[in-house]
Design a protein around this ligand. Structure first.
Ligand code: F6R
Length: 608
């Protein structure tokens, strides 16, 4: 996810901005940039800007001969590409004639705004959604002749998520800022300097306290003063004490990155959906809709957690889009001389975009002339570069080796593709499509972790530190979720865990059931409840220890996580997913393991 930094003060601005961006590196990025306004020559303000693709070192090299003396304002940005490739032109800050902007988030209605501005003669140079902000600001400032009012009116026109900083020669000692749905923090030092950032790490050491801006807040800052507005009214916000430890701050108060990433799922799910649903229709502008013409089969290919996302989606492709769906483990697909059908769409799913087996599978499909689509989290990765079409999952960098938010966004993206095909092929009626879209839009809410759930799972986790292993069981889409729950647990707890389709138990695995075997049973209300329940009863009858996840009480459970009553199976899916992630996390913490860097595992598996 992008990072944003701003500074008003007398320190060397470039160094402050670069230092701040370094602290935000953990968020992940593929290009960076900064702009500094100074009055070095005493003849009026001037803005210098620099951008570089890749690591911050590249930006450091570009700015090596630049310094700024005395008072000034500056903004900086690390960009995680969402609209447009990671190029210098697309890197922030974006500029107009006399102003510069940095932005985190996604401006959903940028196309409409851009079209309007283009009609007024404004020229755009980047492919980003962000550039529209600076041009709109300057366009409105032409008539308003008051940069604050122009800024306020610009913000009012934006739909989407944003943390925005603008510097402008029209107000050379100020930074204009706004926040909606992505984080923005502002602090003041003892010397009256003002520092903005996406998280508190860059502020630590410069300021003792900070204001964590809330959605809908915007304003203007100058040396020693931050004016914050909400709904056009000046408001007062109480600063909070900043943490003293930077690595703690990077984890935003969580003990592990995995924990932070579990909690981020609601927000990143909103980003995944953003701009892709318009007027009650799925709108996947990034892909050529013709890739679905003449297709009679979807082949989904991936590894590990991404494979589980593929498997879950395969049920949806057949049930909703009425198209045959096959799921392939990439490492197997590569060497089994697969017979490929020219009318298949080959879909690879990968968080990193660098997994060697998945990449090679994609090459095989491409060479065989198949249409290809990548569902990936990292723009410009090898898989993204190779695939014919790409949908980015927009989960932001995932640092925990055990994948959580990437999985959630993969399933969400695949569900959107399913509905897109259903929409094109009219395999479901309008009413069903609308209720599916409603369910899709409800997922960010489902992913909010309810009060008490984490604590309950923490307390429960002490029951699971012994025994001879775990079964995770479920049916239908809850079978891949069971596989995923088992994988999460084994990766970070090193306990033996297997996922099974509930109906398979009596075909062998049930022989292992005794009082030392834990079964985690996924018992949703909306999918085959009675059938799964009787599978769980068979385990309970053999004295197995059962943890049930269900919205309906189940008296035979030894432990019970009550999920909410949902009217869509996918809502139940995502709610149970969060509980399984927290269970793995808490068991691992109790066992004293390194949650973020489990033994023997790597985040990106670039060898086969
Ligand atoms: C599990 C996990 C792995 C990855 C797998 C594929 O938590 O992260 O199983 O899912 O190595 O990686 P990507 O998705 O990067 O292709």
């Amino acid at each position: 996810m992008c990072g944003i930094v701003g500074y008003i003060g007398t320190k060397e601005k470039k160094s402050v901005i670069l230092g701040g961006l370094k602290e935000l590196e953990y968020r992940g990025y593929d290009s960076a940039g900064l702009a500094v306004m100074t009055d070095n020559c005493g003849c009026g303000s001037d803005i210098a800007y620099f951008k570089a693709v890749g690591k911050l070192e590249n930006l450091e090299k570009k700015t090596a001969n630049f310094t700024s003396k005395g008072f000034g304002v500056a903004i900086g940005h690390t960009r995680w590409a969402t609209h447009g490739k990671p190029t210098e032109i697309n890197a922030h800050p974006h500029f107009g004639e006399y102003s510069f902007v940095t932005h985190n988030g996604i401006i959903e209605n940028y196309k409409e705004l851009k079209e309007y501005l283009e009609k007024q003669g404004v020229k755009f140079i980047s492919q980003t959604d962000t550039e529209v902000v600076v041009h709109m600001f300057e366009y409105l400032n032409r008539s308003e002749k008051d940069p604050f009012i122009a800024f306020e009116k610009t913000i009012a026109k934006l739909v989407g998520s944003f943390a925005i900083l603008i510097i402008t020669k029209a107000a050379p000692d100020k930074i204009f800022f706004a926040k909606n749905a992505v984080p923005l923090i502002v602090g003041k030092s003892d010397e009256d300097e003002i520092i903005f950032s996406s998280s508190d790490a860059p502020l630590i050491g410069l300021a003792k306290e900070a204001i964590y801006l809330e959605d809908g807040m915007y304003g203007v800052a100058q040396m020693g003063e931050v004016k914050i507005y909400q709904q056009k009214k000046l408001i007062t916000c109480t600063p909070q004490l900043l943490p003293a430890d930077k690595s703690y701050a990077q984890k935003e108060g969580y003990r592990f990155f995995m924990e932070k990433e579990i909690y981020e799922q609601s927000q990143v799910a909103s980003e995944t959906l953003m701009g892709r649903i318009k007027y009650n229709k799925i709108n996947l502008e990034e892909i050529n809709s013709q890739i679905f013409d003449d297709i009679d089969e979807i082949v989904l290919c991936a590894c590990g957690t991404s494979y589980h996302a593929a498997l879950a989606a395969s049920y949806l492709f057949e049930r909703i889009a009425k198209i045959r769906a096959k799921v392939e483990t990439a490492s197997e697909f590569r060497y089994r001389d697969p017979v490929l059908n020219k009318n298949s769409l080959f879909v690879v799913i990968s968080q990193s975009g660098e997994t060697a087996d998945t990449l090679e599978a994609l090459k095989i499909a491409k060479n065989a002339g198949l249409k290809t689509l990548a569902i990936c989290n990292v723009d410009n990765s090898s898989i993204v570069r190779l695939a014919g079409n790409v949908l980015l999952t927009r989960a932001g960098i995932e640092k925990g080796v055990a994948s959580t938010k990437a999985f959630a966004t993969q399933v969400l993206t695949l569900w959107m593709v399913v509905l897109y095909i259903a929409q094109i092929r009219k395999t479901i009626d309008e009413e069903t499509l609308h209720s599916e879209i409603k369910a899709l839009l409800h997922i960010p809410q489902v992913l909010n972790i309810p009060d008490g759930l984490h604590e309950k799972i923490h307390r429960m986790s002490k029951h699971y530190l012994h025994g001879h292993g775990f079964f995770f069981i479920g049916r239908d889409i809850f079978y891949p979720l069971a596989l995923e729950g088992a994988l999460k647990l084994k990766e970070i707890s090193y306990l033996h865990a297997e996922g099974y389709a509930s109906g398979e138990m009596k075909h062998g695995p049930i022989a292992l059931v005794d009082e030392g075997l834990f079964t985690v049973a996924l018992l949703p209300q909306n999918v085959l409840y009675e059938k799964t329940k009787s599978n769980v009863e068979e385990i309970a009858a053999r004295d197995g220890y059962v943890l049930t996840l269900s919205p309906l009480e189940f008296e035979l459970s030894d432990d019970f996580i009550k999920t909410s009553k949902q009217n869509h199976a996918m809502s139940e899916f995502f709610e149970m997913m969060v509980a399984l992630q927290l269970l793995a996390l808490e068991i691992s913490i109790r066992l004293g393991n390194d949650v973020d860097m489990p033994r023997n595992l790597a985040k990106s598996v670039t060898v086969e």
